[in-house]
Design a protein around this ligand. Structure first.
Ligand SMILES: Nc1nc2c(c(=O)[nH]1)N[C@H]1C(S)=C(S)[C@@H](COP(=O)(O)O)O[C@H]1N2
Ligand SMILES: [Mo]
Length: 324
């Protein structure tokens, strides 16, 4: 197979070899018709939008892990990549898909530091090769009351944690997202304190469900979903799953987290999905599955820990109404 050095600096096959033939051909046709001036305004937007939601990432070829599947219907790629929260690119659900094209994901380095015996600064491609990649179908429940079912590709964060060897002082892990105003138009707004920061207790970070995530739907992450690396913590509200991470820090004390700093009474540090603890401004008892549930669909019940009951032992003896 013919390999060319692509502008991102990693060796990739030609797009014609990695995209399905129809997608490639329709794109070629689109470019040709565009050059001929035969595509009018509205149609142009239509086609550009379709193009933006086509799968154009690098294939990852990870095997699905049967231990991590849910029986729910998978959300469509289009829905999962066009209805997003990524405030660094704007607060509207359509903003990340529209604006995240300016994010440059190669070269990309991640620093792993703090209370560890072996701190590391790794290039994204080395980080991706640290452990075997697998595909897992997870529910993700946003605190706003909607959810999706997404096939993610990555490996348990525990694989990385084991290699950096946390010392006895490490009690929490903090995740820091990129904050570069040149690449992220949303940083001009003060909705949150940048950089976006999230955190987990060390035992939560070490739970096998916590996924260090490089891809979705079999390919590298689209920018709007947190390329080139994010975490996915499926038993917690979506905002705990920080996107486009540049730093992972092991610390002694519970770290500051963006949403908790913005409104402590609304967004707790733990933020486990819990249908019995309402948000001060709305109920958390039910949710709407994106792409399936309409305004008149019967309400879908939210499950304790988003259905991931295997994490319950992490919180034994804790009052989850107090530690929400
Ligand atoms: N850096 C960063 N990470 C973030 C966010 C954000 O605004 N910035 N939003 C969070 C929220 S509120 C949700 S619901 C999920 C959404 O992930 P998705 O768009 O891939 O479904 O990302 C989370 N991670
Ligand atoms: Mo969210």
């Amino acid at each position: 197979m013919l390999i060319k050095r692509n502008p991102n600096g990693i060796d990739l096959p030609f797009p014609s070899e990695i995209t399905p033939r129809e997608v490639f051909e329709s794109r070629r046709d689109f470019i040709r018709r565009l050059a001929l001036g035969s595509i009018a305004g509205g149609a142009l937007w239509e086609m550009a939008a379709r193009e933006a939601f086509a799968q154009t990432g690098q294939k990852l070829g990870a095997k699905p892990n049967p231990a991590y599947v849910v029986m729910d219907k998978t959300t469509s790629f289009k829905d999962a990549t066009s209805y997003n929260n990524f405030y660094e690119f704007g607060t509207d659900k359509a903003d990340p898909a529209r604006n995240a094209g300016t994010l440059k994901t190669r070269p990309w380095t991640i620093a792993i530091e703090g209370e560890v015996k072996k701190p590391m600064t790794l290039d994204i491609d080395s980080l991706m090769k640290l452990a075997p990649l697998e595909e897992r179908l997870y529910r993700l429940r946003c605190v706003e009351g909607w959810s999706m079912v997404i096939p993610w590709t990555g490996y348990s964060l525990a694989e990385l944690i084991r290699r950096v060897e946390p010392n006895g002082n490490a009690k929490y892990v903090q995740f820091i997202s990129l904050a570069d105003p040149k690449q992220m138009n949303g940083l001009s707004s003060r909705v949150l304190d940048w950089p976006y920061a999230e955190g987990l207790r060390l035992d939560e970070a070490n739970h096998p469900l916590t996924l260090l995530t490089f891809g979705m739907y079999g390919e590298t992450l689209p920018n709007q979903n947190g390329a080139p690396v994010r975490v996915v913590v499926p038993w917690k509200y979506g905002f705990k799953s920080a996107k486009s991470i540049v730093k992972i820090r092991f610390v002694r004390d519970q770290p500051k987290t963006s949403w908790n700093e913005a409104a402590a009474s609304e967004y707790g540090f733990y933020s486990n999905v819990n249908p019995n603890v309402d948000h001060p401004r709305w109920s958390q008892a039910t949710e709407r599955r994106i792409g399936e549930d309409g305004l008149f669909t019967p309400k879908r019940k939210t499950l304790m820990f988003n259905g991931y009951e295997q994490v319950a032992s992490l919180y034994s003896g804790m009052d989850l109404k107090k530690f929400f």
